[in-house]
Design a binder for this molecule. Structure first.
Ligand code: ZN
Length: 390
């Protein structure tokens, strides 16, 4: 794994070092110098087990439904038990862990991970004391409707059977592993509010990682836990590295306290891909010199201000990623929906940059200002797509 900080790698040829140091001290980073106290990840703010979360890439744990479960992301022990049942059924059916995340996020939206009864089916009222819902004749964790042929009330009020029926439908959808969570969930549920699923993805990832010791970090198509997603693969959490390259300069290092991203040392012309599915909200040239406009179609310099040709993408969970210094105009436009791994453009040196590299940022809560920025190395590690050469 690559860590932050200095361009210290002995593998970098000597002749390149002066250039690298210049990049390290002078390049990039667009906006002002607001230093905010930003914690690592929103969804880990209250999590004392963060180190456990960062430990592995999943282990096939026996999940005992009678065990006492921790609270995670505002969900209590009973709700997490239901999530554990969803995971256990997925493991038994050999559904890739991407599917567990989709199923848990769906249940969060449909029932708050509660096995809901419905007065429309009086018999359901005897089968659970976790709450009552009133949507049509929907029941259970996924609000499946007996009247629509999902199954009997007794079946759908059994969390394990309800999960099995969810997975049965999910597995019939071509390419579901690579879909944005919203699209996969919507294909199963046919909800009137499909966009509502995506916001639950970060907590669903946390829950899967906690219950399975990092099971969201395997490849999205893998049915085996234990092996982390390789660079270039998309993780079960839905993330991939934007380029495979060493980290030349880290996030807010002592030498560069206003460096709100990492510099990835990829050669000119290297493909830069979207780190996760999302929507492009910026695709433009950002460069000026001495207050006047400056072209992004030529190499910039440390004297130039701005990101050069760059892209901002907003992802499920209101994460925002930024990609700077492309060599020519990005291949995506504002409003485009992109998939994880989709080509955005090519490494260059436009804007404030003294040599070709990708400057990459991750922000929380779609806050594009420096206050929203977090360390991309830690974030990408958490999402199963660690930055670096490996
Ligand atoms: Zn940078």
């Amino acid at each position: 794994m690559t860590t932050t900080d200095e361009p210290r790698s002995p593998r970098i040829p000597k002749r390149l070092r002066p250039m690298i140091w210049t990049v390290a001290f002078l390049s990039v980073c667009c906006i002002g110098a607001v230093v905010a106290v930003v914690q690592l990840l929103t969804d880990q703010r209250d999590d004392p087990n963060q180190e456990t979360l960062l430990a592995g890439c999943g282990s096939n744990v026996e999940i005992d439904p009678d065990a006492e479960f921790p609270s995670i992301g505002g969900y209590g022990s009973d709700q997490i038990r239901n999530a554990a049942i969803i995971v256990a059924v997925g493991q038994e059916m050999e559904v890739p862990s991407r599917g567990w995340i989709i199923a848990i996020a769906t249940s969060m939206q449909e029932s708050g991970l509660k096995n809901l009864a419905n007065p429309a089916h009086p018999s359901s009222m005897e089968l659970s004391d976790e709450g009552v819902g009133y949507d049509h004749d929907s029941v259970g964790l996924f609000q499946q409707r007996p009247a629509s042929g999902w199954g009997s009330v007794e079946e759908l009020m059994n969390p394990a059977v309800a999960a099995e029926k969810f997975y049965d439908k999910l597995l019939t959808i071509d390419g579901w592993e690579n879909m944005a969570l919203t699209d996969a969930a919507q294909a199963v549920q046919v909800s009137a509010f499909p966009d509502a699923y995506a916001k639950h993805q970060p907590t669903a990832i946390d829950i899967v990682n906690t219950l399975t010791n990092g099971g969201a970090r395997v490849a999205n198509v893998s049915t085996e836990l234990g092996s982390c997603a390789a660079a270039g693969e998309i993780s079960a959490a839905g993330w991939t590295v934007p380029v495979r390259a060493p980290v030349w300069s880290g996030f807010r290092t002592p030498e560069r306290p206003t460096h709100y991203g990492v510099d990835l040392g990829a050669p000119r012309g290297t493909e830069v891909v979207a780190a996760a599915a999302g929507t492009v909200i910026t695709s433009e040239c950002n460069a000026s010199l001495n207050g006047g406009p400056y072209s992004c179609d030529v190499d910039g310099s440390p004297e130039v201000a701005g990101c050069g040709w760059y892209v901002n993408i907003v992802h499920a969970g209101d994460y925002l990623t930024r990609y700077c210094h492309f060599g020519q105009a990005p291949l995506v436009q504002v409003g485009d929906t992109v998939q994880a791994g989709q080509l955005l453009g090519y490494v260059g040196s436009s804007g404030r940059s003294s040599g070709p590299h990708l400057h990459y940022e991750v922000h929380l809560e779609a806050d594009r200002s420096p206050a929203g920025a977090v360390d991309p190395v830690a974030f990408m590690e958490q999402m199963g797509a660690p930055l670096g050469e490996a």
